[in-house]
Each structure stands twice: as structure tokens, then as C-alpha cells.
Design a protein around this ligand. Structure first.
Ligand code: PLP
Ligand code: ZN
Length: 410
């Protein structure tokens, strides 16, 4: 396994990895995993990864701060390596000849969150932990519950009582210990931290656990392998990412940053963070040119990105600023419209995932990207995760008697 240290994303203090080292003891900020790049540059050739046989995140083990978790013959081995699609009809509809879509719904629990849960579970296994807890708006919990079930590790999940029912069903079906908290995701988050401290559970919480971003960086490694090194372009890439806590965008940035450190990627793609109007704490800090994120009272149809106080907001700001991207804020109506548009072209996604298309459309309108730019849309979760919203967005078909006459009526 590659050597690494933990470095505070805020003050730069460094810490050796240890089982219960989550955040910086000095200022509470999230920790980056800093790999031993000097050794990697000497000993690892990209060919070792490009010729790997495993079609999953585990092809990147040489760049991950965990040992191989095993779990052969289980869904853990098929996390990641999701398709990048050329989307010809969507390209035409948007007037973007250089658009690609990375769809995360083929993941074992049908969202991007499997990447983080898989790597955190690998870490838990390595440290001999048998209970892992997380707070979740739904997907991170489902990912932890499903993959923990595959490994025989106990999962404890705290979700807001408003979580979509399909996500709660998934948690229950994976036989996790589930608590629906009468409160917000943020309250569930604080409660999960208290419970982890009280009972000595390993905590997966998004952002707080440094290995979550390491899991999410695998999507950047895949984009590099599947797209960036294959498609030559003189224009910088733009990647559209929905932002709630900010851990996905921070993880993508980390993956691209690792590749730049290794000398395998000449230029970082621009990261465009998309937030819902009613849950835009990070975007507001970005536009105020502030490092301090003021909490909001989140309210949006996109439950996965409904967050009062983003737990990885500081690193999300860094990701967007340092990659030369920006934030885009979209309304719920624009999110639902994007969901319907994606459906028309064959992608059935949950509202948070559709936010990335809503953000791209707005960025085009505002001239933030041009029609000739190479663009990637990250679709972070399946539409089956939130069936009620899908029905609300798409409407109900007519109910008819089983007769041909019924069809022939106007
Ligand atoms: C489907 C989906 N999209 C986007 C996000 C946002 O990710 P983050 O909270 O890391 O910004 C989430 C997080 O739960 C999610 O489940
Ligand atoms: Zn610090």
C-alpha cells in the first residue's frame, strides 16, 4: 500500500494516519490524504493502471490509501468503472458536439456514493472495525449499508425522516440499523458523531472521514483514463458536478490533483459546482469571495443536495477556485425540467443528479462555457431513488379499460 500522511486542508498541519484521526485537532477542518508522490513517480507507471484487468475502482489500488479489501464475489468488487457516454441525441439537443455523460447509476447501490463507502469500508476492514456509522441524506447510507452487508460489517445509519422512501427501503433491505431522525440532515449528522464517539464506532461521515474523498477521487481517475487521455483538445475541459456537502467535487479535485502531482495529467479540468437555489451555502460563499460558509435553511426538491451547513464546503470552494471553474445556482423548476430532458434521452436520474444538466444549461446561457468546449456531465444517482419526485415531474399516464375502444377515443 502507498505511504501517506494526513494534511489539514486549512492550516496545513500534518498528521500520521491513525484509526480515530478524522479532522484537524487544531481547527476542525477536513484532512487531505497526501500520498508519497516521490515514490509513486519512481515506481508506478501509468501502464500498470491502464492495463489492469479489474473493471472497478479497485484498479486504482496503487493510488488508494487502503489495502485490498477482498470481498471477491460480492457487489464490493463492482463499484465504479461506470460508463462515459457520447450522448449523441443530447449533444444535438444542447448544441454541444463535445459533451460526455458519466452515469453513476450502474453502481451496486445505484449512486456515486458507493465509491466513498467502498474505500471507507476497506479502511474499516484494515483497522479491524466491525461497526461503521454514517449520517446520510440517503445515498451515502444506502451505499454503506449495501456494501457493509456484502462484507459482513454492521452499518448504523442516521437519515432525516424526510428521506425519500425508496432510499429508506434500500437501507432496511440491506438490514442496516436505521434511525430516521426527526430533524434535518445536519441534525442527523451531529447525532451520528455523538453516537460514534459514545460507542466507539468507525465513522464514515461525508467529508469528516478523510477516506470519503479518496473514494470519490476514483471518478476523476476514471475520467482521466476513459476520456481525458483519449480525446485531444486545445480547450480546457469543464466538469459539471452537483454540490451538497461538497465532498464529491472535493474528491474529484483530489483525483485530478493526484494525477497532476504524478505528471500524468497536464491540466486540471475546470470544475463547475451546481447548487440548488434553496441550498446554496457554498455558492454564496464563492460569490462573496469568502472562505467562511454561512449555513442556510435548506429547501429543495433535490434531497441529496439539501444541506444547511456543507461539511466539505471549504474544500469544495478550493476545488472550484483552483480548477478555474465556478458555481452555478439552479431553481427546482430547472432541476425538474433537466430531469425530464435526461429521461427523454435515456437517463432516468434523481433530482440531485439532474442538477448537473440544469447547471450546464444555465452556464451555457450565461456564457460561462461555449458550445465548442469539451464538457462532462456527472449523473450521480438513479431516478429510482426518488420515485415520488419522478412521478411529480413526469405525471401519471391515463388509466384505461382493457379495450381497443378506449384507445380510439380522442
Ligand atoms: C445523487 C447525489 N448527487 C449529489 C450529491 C452531492 O454530493 P456532496 O454532498 O458530496 O456534495 C449527493 C450526496 O448525497 C448525492 O447522493
Ligand atoms: Zn488545521
Amino acid at each position: 500500500m502507498v505511504e501517506f500522511i494526513l494534511r489539514c486542508s486549512h492550516c496545513g498541519r500534518e498528521y500520521p494516519p491513525s484509526p480515530d484521526r478524522y479532522t484537524c485537532p487544531h481547527d476542525g477542518h477536513n484532512l487531505d490524504v497526501i500520498l508519497d508522490y516521490a515514490t509513486l513517480r519512481r515506481t508506478l507507471h501509468p501502464r500498470q493502471i491502464l492495463t489492469a484487468q479489474e473493471p472497478s475502482i479497485w484498479r486504482y489500488l496503487p493510488l488508494l490509501p487502503v489495502e485490498d479489501p477482498g470481498g471477491w464475489g460480492t457487489p464490493l468488487r463492482r463499484v465504479g468503472w461506470t460508463p462515459v457516454e457520447e450522448a449523441p441525441r443530447l449533444r444535438e439537443a444542447l448544441g454541444l458536439p463535445h459533451l460526455w455523460v458519466k452515469d453513476e447509476s450502474p453502481n451496486p447501490t445505484a449512486s456515486f456514493k458507493d465509491r466513498a463507502s467502498a474505500v471507507v469500508l476497506a479502511r474499516a476492514r484494515q483497522e479491524g472495525r466491525d461497526v461503521v456509522v454514517t449520517a446520510s441524506t440517503g445515498n451515502a447510507g444506502a451505499a454503506l449499508a449495501g456494501l457493509a452487508a456484502a462484507l459482513g460489517i454492521r452499518a448504523v445509519i442516521f437519515a432525516p425522516h424526510t428521506a425519500p422512501r425508496a432510499k429508506v427501503a434500500q437501507l432496511m433491505m440491506y438490514a442496516a440499523q436505521v434511525y430516521l431522525v426527526r430533524g434535518t440532515y445536519d441534525q442527523a449528522y451531529d447525532l451520528s458523531l455523538q453516537a460514534a464517539a459514545r460507542w466507539g464506532w468507525y465513522c464514515r461521515n461525508t467529508g469528516y472521514n478523510p477516506f470519503t474523498a479518496e473514494g470519490k477521487k476514483t471518478a476523476a481517475l476514471e475520467l482521466w483514463e476513459q476520456l481525458l487521455r483519449r480525446v485531444r483538445t486545445t480547450r480546457p475541459w469543464a466538469v459539471f458536478v452537483p454540490v451538497g456537502d461538497g465532498n464529491i467535487i472535493a474528491g474529484l479535485y483530489k483525483g485530478f490533483w493526484d494525477l497532476v502531482q504524478l505528471g500524468w495529467l497536464p491540466q486540471m479540468p475546470r470544475l463547475f459546482g451546481v447548487q440548488a437555489e434553496g441550498s446554496a451555502a457554498v455558492a454564496q460563499a464563492f460569490f462573496a469571495e469568502s472562505q467562511e460558509i454561512q449555513p442556510v435553511q435548506a429547501h429543495t426538491v433535490a434531497d441529496s443536495i439539501a444541506v444547511d451547513l456543507p461539511r466539505d464546503g471549504y474544500r469544495a470552494l478550493r476545488a472550484v477556485r483552483e480548477s478555474g471553474g465556478t458555481f452555478v445556482v439552479v431553481s427546482d423548476a430547472e432541476i425538474l425540467e433537466a430531469m425530464r430532458l435526461l429521461g427523454r434521452f435515456g437517463w432516468f436520474v434523481e433530482p440531485a443528479a439532474a442538477a448537473s444538466l440544469a447547471g450546464l444549461r444555465k452556464a451555457l446561457e450565461m456564457g460561462l462555457v461555449s458550445g465548442q468546449d469539451p464538457v462532462v456531465l456527472l449523473l450521480t444517482g438513479s431516478g429510482l431513488k426518488d420515485v415520488e419526485t419522478a412521478i411529480h415531474a413526469a405525471g401519471q399516464p391515463p388509466e384505461i379499460p382493457p379495450t381497443l375502444d378506449a384507445l380510439e377515443q380522442p
